[in-house]
Design a protein around this ligand. Sequence first.
Ligand SMILES: Cc1ncc(COP(=O)(O)O)c(C=O)c1O
Length: 408
Amino acid sequence: MTRRVDRQAQEAIILSEPRPSTPGKLTVPFHRPSIGEEEISEVVDTLRSGWLTTGPKVARFERDFAASVGARHAIALNSATAALHLALEAVGVKPGDDVIIPTYTFTASGEVVTYLGARPVLADCRADTLNIDRHTVEPCLTTRTKAILPVHVAGQVCDMGPLLELARAHGLAVVEDAAHAFPASYKGQSVGTIGDATAFSFYATKTITTGEGGMVTTEREEYAARMKIMSLHGLSGDAWNRYSARGHWYYEVIDFGFKYNMTDVAAALGLRQLERAAAFHRRRQQIARRYSDAFAELDTCSIPHDAGLGAHAWHLYILQVNPTVLRVGRDEIVERLRENGIGTSVHFIPLHLQPVYRRTYGYAAGQFPNAEAAFARAISLPIFPSMTDGEVDYVIDAVRAILREARR
Ligand SMILES: Cc1ncc(COP(=O)(O)O)c(C=O)c1O
């Protein structure tokens, strides 16, 4: 059975947990975090250091993350949601503005627009990549459009060139939701250096994790300065440092800000995860390749479309079942996988189908056919670095058997 889930699986929305394993059967969860002794020692070191909140480890994590994506500025925060909010605020989104976002995303991409009194205007996704592009965004432009917020769904980058051109032609800011897209690239350029600002997530299931956490990157000094100040109550300068020996008690409150800073405890985790990010990425790529090789020739499903625009982070592997040749729907396939001990998830329930977006903006079913078709067919399979070859084989065999059995 699919069911609504708690905060621990917030990004999944619908999460199917595997049944407890039966003898002789594997259980493969949707996600298993890769936390090793390195992370544990680094966190213990922080706990022993006497400096728990934003401090030297956050500063190091920001430096290392900026270097790893090649960004000029990186600011560590307590979530990607915070990163998106600060980025939109920094580029000047104000009450009455419109921000174009995909309907095929998590609500965080839209709620941040409303924090600023602006309106999220939904765009359909492409049928193949599930990402927005210039053609799906263009009809959504209004005289009030201030920014475009592309989401790199599953970790595959949107076609940013034409989107940036469109933004430039209309004087719009581009804030990227790269919650799924670390590390990823577009035509050789790292995600994190492309738009005006880019938000990354270090939520528990993401490609690297700090438990809860996020990072915002930008090339622009003035955006970085604004986001830094607004991330900590709108306090001036190095206020986070005010309790250290080098700090000073005096600060000024420049604006009404937010409480979005990352702790050193979280940054300790992040520092060690970042060192392992390339290895994690290689394993995700291997698993995705094995899934795609195993499912490519089946007519009962479609594998993720690779647009060939750059390196895919493979945060998610979204398989789409084919209703025209199956006797049962996606929900039934999810249930059968669960009976076989395999945890899956569904990304995404399009925002225009969610009560608050319908109630507030009048969106209705039928408005975004690509997103609705993708939602009806999507199953996110387990993909995480500590998955063993045996677990990958087990998932492949189960998916193939269940789809074969469900054929008309
Ligand atoms: C596309 C997308 N954007 C933003 C977020 C929010 O990330 P966080 O939980 O770090 O705020 C998520 C969370 O899963 C997401 O999937």
